[in-house]
Design a protein around this ligand. Structure first.
Ligand code: GMT
Length: 378
């Protein structure tokens, strides 16, 4: 099948899922075309099965805002025609589902019909999409998609609650490619980051307010008062300065490593003992799943789709958003007993295996087949 994938190419869960999905589809024999404004971060290898088409938006002084949707929908039309793309799979509703709908309409004028599959990822529904400024267009483009998927049951419920949806939504969760986690590291170069008696606590995100970075630091502060520990903060974003100041005011600067953006997530997770994800809202929590796949148990909030991933008492613990004391208590429970911690580490990987890429990608293939069959009967 020839599949066009539209996504945000930057660091961030939806782009990662879209890229990993495209690569997996290409390995299964499909021809995949990424159509976006920059080559996706995790898309290193292009081949005869993986193509990248850049959407250019030339600056024009008249425009206060450059019309990206317009450029994207034009590019989609051109690429569908040039490469005979059969299905368009857009990740993140805003503005991708809307642009794809316009492209579909333009193609129809030329008697070309391409179904649109829209995957909802989270903030396109919860934080941004439901804002009155966007809601009408987001509702419209979800209802007009030929198939809609959401990355968790919780996100599906939120979508049905926040929008007036008359389309089916199928839950297809985030996934993990275990072949990327069967690495050869032995000691993971742990000694470069911490001494033997120190536990390594890690948080990875785009350091946006929704991730509650202050909670990450406060939980770590509580942990290190009882147990020798280091905090690895991975990622770049608007909360970084606040985070650095908070560490300084708590007197823990020398115990916190700010990595910035990193392409070595697997190595960092390899030497981690515990992962923190105290988010305000989280449709799924891909970062938690990646940690669990690396045998790192998770202390998280119980918001959104996280409870569908992190099983309390098995792969980690859940607490109410902002309940720092409970998070510290649960973290100390796991970290203070070596045998117990090892049990949680093993369990984390077992739980993660439920989201194996080989179980999830066929679900997307089935959706593509269904939409194609439906469109042929039109
Ligand atoms: O929150 C992020 O870090 C980025 C964001 C995105 O849209 O790229 O992630 C969302 O999509 C991921 C992939 O489906 C989910 O695993 C994240 O939970 C979700 N983030 C939120 O809902 C806040």
């Amino acid at each position: 099948m020839k599949i066009g994938i539209v996504c945000y190419p930057t660091f961030g869960g939806s782009g990662v899922v879209a890229t990993e999905l495209g690569l997996a589809l290409s390995k299964r024999g499909h021809e995949v075309h990424f159509i976006t404004y920059k080559q996706p971060v995790r898309l290193e290898l292009l081949s005869n099965k993986v193509h990248f088409h850049e959407v250019n938006v030339p600056e024009y002084p008249l425009f206060h805002y450059q019309p990206y949707e317009l450029a994207l929908s034009s590019k989609l039309v051109d690429m569908v025609k040039l490469h005979n793309i059969e299905v368009l799979h857009v990740h993140y509703a805003i503005p991708h589902a809307y642009a794809a709908y316009m492209a579909q309409k333009m193609l129809r004028e030329e008697s070309i019909y391409v179904p649109i599959v829209t995957t909802l990822h989270g903030t396109d529904i919860t934080l941004v999409g439901s804002h009155p400024f966007y809601k009408t267009a987001v509702t419209f483009s979800i209802n007009k998609s030929d198939a809609v998927t959401s990355v968790s049951q919780s996100l599906k419920d939120d979508t049905l609650r926040l929008f007036d949806i008359n389309n089916d939504i199928e839950v297809i969760t985030n996934f993990i490619d275990f072949s990327k986690y069967n690495h050869e590291f032995t000691d993971c170069q742990r000694d470069m980051m911490a001494s033997e008696d120190e536990k390594i606590i890690t948080h990875i995100s785009n350091l946006r307010p929704v991730k509650r970075i202050a909670d990450v630091i406060k939980v770590f502060y509580g942990i290190q008062k009882q147990i020798p520990a280091k905090l690895m903060l991975v990622g770049e974003g608007p909360e970084r300065e606040m985070a650095e100041e908070l560490c300084e005011s708590l007197g823990i600067t020398e115990k916190v490593v700010f990595f910035g953006k990193s392409n070595e997530i697997d190595k960092i997770l390899c030497f981690s003992d515990l992962f923190l994800l105290p988010s305000e809202t989280e449709s799924f929590g891909l970062a938690a799943l990646e940690a669990m796949a690396s045998k790192v148990p998770v202390i998280s909030s119980n918001t959104g789709g996280i409870p569908e991933v992190n099983v309390p008492g098995v792969s980690g613990f859940l607490s109410d958003v902002g309940d720092i004391d409970d998070m510290v208590k649960n973290a100390l429970y796991m970290l203070s007993d070596g045998e117990r911690l090892n049990e949680f580490k093993k369990n984390a990987k077992v739980e993660a295996s439920k989201f194996d890429i080989n179980k999830i990608v066929p679900q997307y293939e089935a959706i593509y087949e269904q939409t194609l069959t439906k469109c042929m009967s039109l």
